[in-house]
Design a protein around this ligand. Structure first.
Ligand code: CU
Length: 325
């Protein structure tokens, strides 16, 4: 368990975060002591000792001036470089990561695994990269696992994600870190890190529940909600573009000439707000009525569309569908 100073470090990124934190703290402490000490010494050393005394003229010292510019600059750039590298590592989700869905709502977290199992304790296998794909059914929430040193906002109307690799079996805390209403303080859950075998067993056992898996749900909705009337799965053109090979495209052209990468947020927007961006070569004919789909139905459709593609997801995984010219 942790100590008075920091919580236990139980993920691959944690030691990196901690060493940077310790470095910044140590440098700050040294500077604090140095500056305060020099100040106190000068107050004593140069105090006025007789009523008529005036300060001696001060000579400029090039060496001193250069050093108090250069040394702090080096320190600041060091911290920037170090922090930026860790930041990139934390936010570039490895493509092979195991994906768990997080649905936050007032005041609960629900975790959903690829086979459709849902649970309110987050089970993760030790030594495996895990990606959390998160969305909120209502307001802004936060996702924070102190022992893993991961923290990210969960937003309504879009996905955000974090990833981590747990290094030690055990139970850890998970909190919401955005004030989200009356019972915000009750939004705490347990993260249970178990061995890969124990995880597989748990998942299989829990899988005997009657919840149907997301892609299966998406497939049902695809026919029930009429998508199949306008979108084929085999590449053939209908009123709308085919879903075959759609997800993961990085050069998807819009009617205004921009191209974008097709990720989950683009699919989400295309279903909820079809008028926001029109695919090149098509008309704005898609009904705008799908905004009434539940979060789970929407995710099901997106998972189903993803299954129609064998492409890797686009590299930018932090939410934005960036349009470029
Ligand atoms: Cu919350």
């Amino acid at each position: 368990m942790g100590d008075f100073w920091l919580p236990e470090a139980a993920s691959t990124i944690a030691p990196e975060v901690d060493s940077l934190f310790l470095f910044v703290t140590a440098v700050s402490a040294i500077l604090l002591v140095g500056v305060t000490g020099a100040m106190l010494y000068f107050v004593y050393r140069y105090r006025r000792q007789s009523p008529g005394e005036r300060p001696a003229p001060v000579e400029e010292s090039k060496l001193l001036e250069i050093s108090w510019i250069v040394i702090p600059t080096i320190l600041v750039l060091l911290v920037f470089n170090w922090g930026f590298k860790s930041y990139v590592k934390m936010h570039a989700v490895p493509s092979e990561a195991y994906e768990i869905r997080v649905e936050a709502q007032q005041w609960n977290f629900l975790f959903e695994y690829p086979n459709g199992v849902t649970s309110d304790t987050l089970y993760v296998p030790e030594g495996e990269k895990v990606k959390m794909r998160m969305s909120s059914a209502d307001v802004l929430h936060g996702f924070f696992i102190p022992a893993f040193r991961v923290k990210y906002d969960i937003l309504p109307n879009r996905y955000t994600s974090v990833w981590f690799e747990a290094t030690k079996e055990g139970d850890y805390d998970l909190f919401c870190t955005e004030y989200c209403g009356r019972n915000h303080s009750e939004m705490d859950k347990v993260v249970r890190v178990v061995s890969q075998d124990a995880f597989d067993n748990w998942l299989e056992e829990a899988g005997t529940s009657e919840d149907i898996p997301l892609p299966e749900l998406g497939k049902q909705l695809y026919s029930q909600r009429g998508c199949q009337g306008c979108h084929s799965l085999d590449g053939s053109e209908m009123v709308g573009p085919s879903f075959q090979g759609l997800y993961g495209r990085t050069d998807h052209e819009m009617s205004d000439g921009t191209t974008l990468a097709v990720d989950e947020n683009y699919l989400r927007e295309s279903i909820l707000k079809p008028e926001a961006r029109i695919v090149a070569g098509y008309d704005n004919l898609m009904p705008g009525s799908y905004s009434s789909l539940s979060e789970r139905q929407l995710t099901g459709l997106i998972e189903f569309i993803k299954e129609q593609s064998d492409k890797e997801p686009p590299a930018s995984d932090q939410g934005q569908t960036t349009a470029t010219n």
